[in-house]
Design a protein. Structure first.
Length: 149
């Protein structure tokens, strides 16, 4: 878990460094620059954590998955799924903008469809295979339909 110093900076300094941080992100123009900046700023764990949060938001917005299914697929806690759902309900503009852009990008949309195919676990012994197949098919159809808009 990332740690914050117990010796906080003044509010003025915090606002200034946050502005520098935001400007740094805004000034990245290419994929290569974004990747380089994220590699410099974030540890491997932090990148995975942020990626999982976006994936949770995508799966929640899709609407066909329970918290428990998302938790098992992405290996996150139910609390994390609930936290992202709360953000989506209360504000979530940033998440929705990203989800919308992913949906409009055919290449990313195909990648999302493939990801869901890979991460959707097989049903447990004695489970309803028909329901499992229908969920996978619905998800695939969703990805195809979104990419057409």
């Amino acid at each position: 878990m990332t740690q914050v110093s117990k010796h906080p900076v003044s509010v003025y300094v915090e606002k200034r460094i946050y502005k520098i941080f935001i400007d740094s992100i805004k000034n990245t123009r290419t994929d290569k620059q974004v990747i380089s900046l994220l590699n410099d700023l974030l540890s491997k764990t932090e990148k995975i954590m942020l990626s999982k949060r976006i994936a949770i938001a995508v799966l929640l917005e899709h609407g066909d998955y329970t918290y428990r299914e998302i938790s098992k697929m992405l290996r996150v806690s139910l609390g994390t799924v609930e936290k992202i759902k709360g953000i989506l309900l209360i504000q979530g503009e940033g998440y929705r903008r990203i989800i919308h852009k992913v949906a409009l990008n055919k290449e990313l949309n195909n990648l999302l469809g493939e990801m869901i195919e890979v991460i959707k676990p097989l049903p447990s012994k004695g489970a309803n295979w028909s329901r499992w197949y229908k969920q996978r098919r619905t998800c695939y159809d969703f990805c195809i339909n979104v990419s057409k808009h």
